[in-house]
Design a protein around this ligand. Structure first.
Ligand code: GDP
Length: 296
């Protein structure tokens, strides 16, 4: 489990050599390094605080204090705590609903909603053998409707038309009717985002949620958003009962600390990671691997 953090802790522990044993103060000093590592990975400050408090309790036990290699022991605790916070095991898409199972996509503009909608369509077709329909409720940006049409075709799914003069709720209802009549298993509903949190956007997506009663409400968030991801996550969690998170743009050079922040703030499992712009760039989220990435 070599990481930038474990190197730093090893160096720190070397300086403590000569002492009879590791003291509580030494543990505090090591925790400061952990804190720095999490902040460098762009985990939000309040989330870091909670996390460190949990790790501290464990680190003061004999696993670290009595260890021959306290630095490694602490890294082990931090790694395990990261994994358990971000969620162990695989959380696949829930489709347990009277067909069509409706999946509502929520998130800011640019987060990757439309791309993820198509990636998810492809995943459900290939891995779950489902018949999938997509629809866009983004009546403000005709280009977004066209974009969904294009990527849906690439995914091998079907697309339901919508136009800017319609109301999102009417579009969604018409799409559900169509999906039911044509025996689609899943309907993916892409929605309008904004560049920042906005009352009207939240009202609209709440209305969509109430009308559609989706089996999954996925919050799509850009891993590169770093610290800001917390405020976005808070706003969406307050507006909607989120059932899952998709963290996009993990192919970028961020250390992905947003995963920890968003998971802790929403309580919803991180189901998928976006790892490229391409239609097959979606992976089931792996908390263990991601913990390694956060620790650098
Ligand atoms: P929306 O406004 O939320 O619907 O976002 P889009 O789906 O239009 O995506 C915004 C931009 O991010 C586009 O240029 C996408 O190609 C890009 N994008 C989306 N997901 C990923 C990803 O996982 N990795 C990378 N590198 N780019 C992504």
């Amino acid at each position: 489990m070599a990481s930038a953090l474990s190197d730093k802790l090893s160096r720190l522990v070397k300086q403590m050599r000569g002492q009879a044993r590791i003291t509580e103060e030494n543990v505090q000093e090591m925790l400061r390094e952990v804190r720095m590592a999490l902040l460098e990975a762009d985990v939000a400050l309040p989330v870091v605080r909670d996390f460190i408090a949990r790790v501290k309790e464990k680190a003061l036990g004999k696993e670290v204090v009595g260890s021959l290699n306290p630095g490694q022991a602490l890294v082990g605790i931090v790694h395990r705590e990261l994994v358990s916070t971000m969620g162990e095991g695989v959380a696949d898409i829930n489709l347990a609903a009277q067909p069509p199972a409706v999946i509502l996509m929520a998130g800011l503009q640019g987060a990757g909603k439309t791309t993820t909608t198509a990636k998810l369509a492809k995943h459900l077709i290939e891995k779950r053998k489902k018949k999938v329909l997509t629809v866009s409720g983004d009546v403000y940006r005709p280009a977004a409707i066209e974009q969904l049409k294009t990527v849906t075709k690439q995914a091998g799914a079907e697309w339901f038309p919508s136009t800017p003069d319609q109301k999102p709720v009417d579009i969604a209802r018409a799409a559900v009717d169509h999906a039911r009549r044509q025996y689609f298993d899943v309907l993916l509903v892409d929605t309008a985002g904004r560049l920042a949190i906005d009352e009207a956007m939240m009202r609209e997506i709440k209305e969509l949620h109430a009308a559609l009663k989706p089996v999954e409400t996925l919050f799509v968030v850009d891993a590169m958003q770093g610290q800001d991801a917390v405020n976005t996550a808070k706003a969406f969690r307050e507006a909607l009962p989120l059932t899952g998170i998709v963290l996009t743009k993990l192919d970028g050079d961020s250390r992905g600390g947003a995963a920890l922040s968003v998971r802790q703030i929403t309580g919803a499992p991180i189901k998928f990671a976006g790892v490229s712009e391409k239609i097959d760039g979606l992976e089931v989220f792996d908390a263990d691997r991601h913990a390694g990435r956060i620790l650098g």
